[in-house]
Design a protein around this ligand. Sequence first.
Ligand code: ADP
Ligand code: MG
Length: 251
Amino acid sequence: MASITEPVLPQASEMLLFAQDVVMAFGGIRALDHVSFWVPPGGAVGLLGQNGSGKTTLLNVITGQLLPQTGSVYFDGREMLGSKPDVYAKVGISRVFQSVQVFPRMTVFENLMVAQLGSGNSDTSADFTHSVLKRVDLEDYADVMTRDLSYGHQRLLEIAMALAARAKLILFDEPTAGLGNDLAGRVIACLRELNASGTAIIVIEHETNVVFQTCDVVWVLNEGQVIARGTPDEIRNDRQVLELYLGKPKT
Ligand SMILES: Nc1ncnc2c1ncn2[C@@H]1O[C@H](COP(=O)(O)OP(=O)(O)O)[C@@H](O)[C@H]1O
Ligand SMILES: [Mg+2]
């Protein structure tokens, strides 16, 4: 059964990421209301929920953009809350889309070098950079000025930057939003390949199928609380989820 009545917490030390009992309030609104959330090493975790349910806020807490009123966030067993931004890159947390910095007046190749150096990845060889470009199908764009890339290619570059940084966990906030079928398919393929090669991912999507296709565990947030957690099949068939989220008529 996917709906959660009595959450049983796993051992924090067994998880790559473990957020415990997080409360993040804005004025009177609790965007996160005692949320505990975890990602095992190499896991692929999806996050669903209606607009305003707290998904982006949870990512912001995980990546240190927001400091919650209560709770803890452990990464690789280390408490992250209060750490400086550069610490997040160094421990191997990377975020793609919305907050990743791409330098428009640098080439694709140069952007990757920046990502490699910023993360403390010691392999700064051109061979490594080219191998990363190959993995996202951008080899032909190495010398292109980033500002001249299409929107979709820019997204692939952002995935490449996370790869170049050798991130252990990459967070994706609506990775296929605004993309046509072709590029959305490529992004989905990249996410799966990335995860298959051992990188843990968190995927937020409005488009539930993207999460169902890329993740092995899916969490559902509603009004700042976790209401369900399960495999894609369990979540697809969960009555409470259907009523509260998936089954709601589109407006
Ligand atoms: N910086 C902020 N200031 C005030 N309220 C915020 C802020 N960020 C988010 N919220 C509120 O927190 C709730 C959750 O928002 P958000 O995490 O963006 O939801 P989601 O990503 O699921 O759509 C919403 O009610 C939103 O209005
Ligand atoms: Mg959001």
